[in-house]
Design a protein. Structure first.
Length: 429
């Protein structure tokens, strides 16, 4: 299989060309013939023009690649090695939503041939690949697992907006349904991953390894957020405390903040869901999720309290929120907790305006019900720096003086302007 892919006698397909799938497809396409599939035809047309719909890759990333793009699943019949990289979100009840993944399995099953490989990259709970995906592949194809086709799991580790830790520079975990598939999958990924390959002992181990990477970060950030709640009552700055504690060599450097996005704020729920199925109710992981999911509401209410303390009428007050993507220097708004912050302020009849150099106003209106203003207008009673976009980090206090009312409030969620704001009421987590 590997040699035929390298010799371009067989083709590799990537299903789902989002922030994970497209970089993988392009890297493979430097070595092999690749078919890139996305369910949205408009996205496919953009990629044909060397445009990344996720705004992560420059047009040069498309150069030197042997790839065809399609929104027609029938075209994948030509491929023999399939990489599935579709989203695995949660629903409004914080339960796993496997709809995109299982839908992809039904479609792949219909075009699966004897000798084919299917490798999943989507984040799932341990056991999902073999217990949920494989039966669908067998049913739709009429083929027998591990006899007629092989399966593997290789969790994505792409960090949106990170130009240093890119796909080929991150060690890749791979797993297979048997020894043969593990070796083949290792060779296929090894052809593009410069950082090396780690062979997990089983698919379940690989699934579990992925899900605890973000769960660990989530729990650690939750601790910092809880410390922030405590230190606020003590009237001391959390970042100053962490700076002092960080002088010890083995102190772990985590910081408080809004925890959103499609990984850290989602993956722990996949693990707790599986734990509940097995009769175990997680205490630490669920506790961390409760704290992190509540931070946006907490910040909004602190802003309201500060307005009241400054004798500013809350109803009708003007607040500028700077940044609404889920993290700095990306356009991704999925599961952005800044939206929760804005909605909470609006529930107090605060007039909120939002600026963000990366986000798309129409996408925000569709997803969250609010759009962007092109630039700040007039004076505001409070300014909230919610996301540390590089465009904001170069601003000085006199830049904020032009848009903040005298006696206004400056809220710096991540503490990056600490010690730089002197003429306004300053608050951070």
């Amino acid at each position: 299989m590997f040699q035929e892919l390298i010799d371009k006698k067989k083709k590799l397909s990537v299903i789902g060309l989002g922030y994970v799938g497209l970089p993988i497809a392009l890297e493979f396409a430097r070595k092999m013939k690749v078919i890139g599939f996305d369910i949205r035809a408009d996205r496919v047309e953009l990629m044909k023009k060397k445009i990344d719909p996720s705004n992560e890759l420059e047009s040069e990333a498309f150069d030197g690649t042997d790839i065809s793009y399609t929104a027609n699943f029938e075209d994948l019949k030509e491929a023999s090695f399939h990489v599935v990289a579709v989203p695995t979100p949660i629903n409004k009840h914080n339960l796993p939503d496997l709809t995109p993944l299982l839908s992809a399995c039904h479609s792949v099953g219909k075009i699966l041939k004897k000798g084919d490989y299917v490798v999943f990259e989507s984040t799932v709970y341990p056991g999902c690949t073999e217990d949920d995906c494989v039966p669908i592949l067998e049913k739709e194809s009429g083929l027998k697992f591990n006899v007629d086709f092989k399966v593997g799991y290789s969790p994505e580790r792409i960090n949106p907006g990170d130009k240093e830790h890119t796909l080929t520079k991150i060690l890749k975990i791979v797993s297979g349904s048997d020894e043969e598939s593990l070796e083949v999958i290792s060779k296929v990924y090894g052809s593009i991953i410069k950082a090396g390959i780690y062979k997990a002992s089983s698919i379940k181990v690989a699934e579990a390894a992925k899900i605890i990477e973000n769960t660990q970060r989530d729990v650690n950030i939750a601790l910092m957020n809880e410390l922030s709640l405590i230190f606020n009552r003590l009237n001391i700055n959390t970042f100053e405390v962490l700076e002092a504690a960080g002088t010890k060599w083995n102190f772990l450097r985590f910081f408080p903040g809004l925890v959103g996005g499609h990984c850290i704020g989602v993956d722990p729920y996949y693990l707790t869901y599986k734990a509940n199925e097995l009769g175990y109710h997680s205490k630490i992981i669920n506790g961390g999720r409760v704290i992190n999911d509540g931070m946006a509401t907490y910040v909004a209410r602190q802003v309201v309290k500060l307005l009241i303390s400054r004798n500013i009428k809350v109803n009708g007050s003007r607040v500028l929120v700077m940044g609404t993507t889920f993290k700095e220097n990306v356009s991704d708004i999925r599961n952005s907790k800044v939206a929760d912050l804005i909605h909470e302020l609006q529930s107090f009849c605060v007039n909120v305006e939002v600026v963000d150099p990366y986000a798309d106003s129409d996408d925000l209106k569709h997803e969250y019900g609010y759009g962007l203003v092109k630039k700040p207008s007039g004076k505001y009673n409070a300014v909230i720096v919610a996301v540390n976009h590089s465009d904001f980090m170069v601003l000085k206090e006199n830049d904020f003086e032009t848009i903040l009312e005298k006696g206004g409030i400056f809220v710096d969620i991540k503490g990056v302007f600490r010690g730089k704001i002197r003429n306004f009421e300053y608050w951070s987590l």
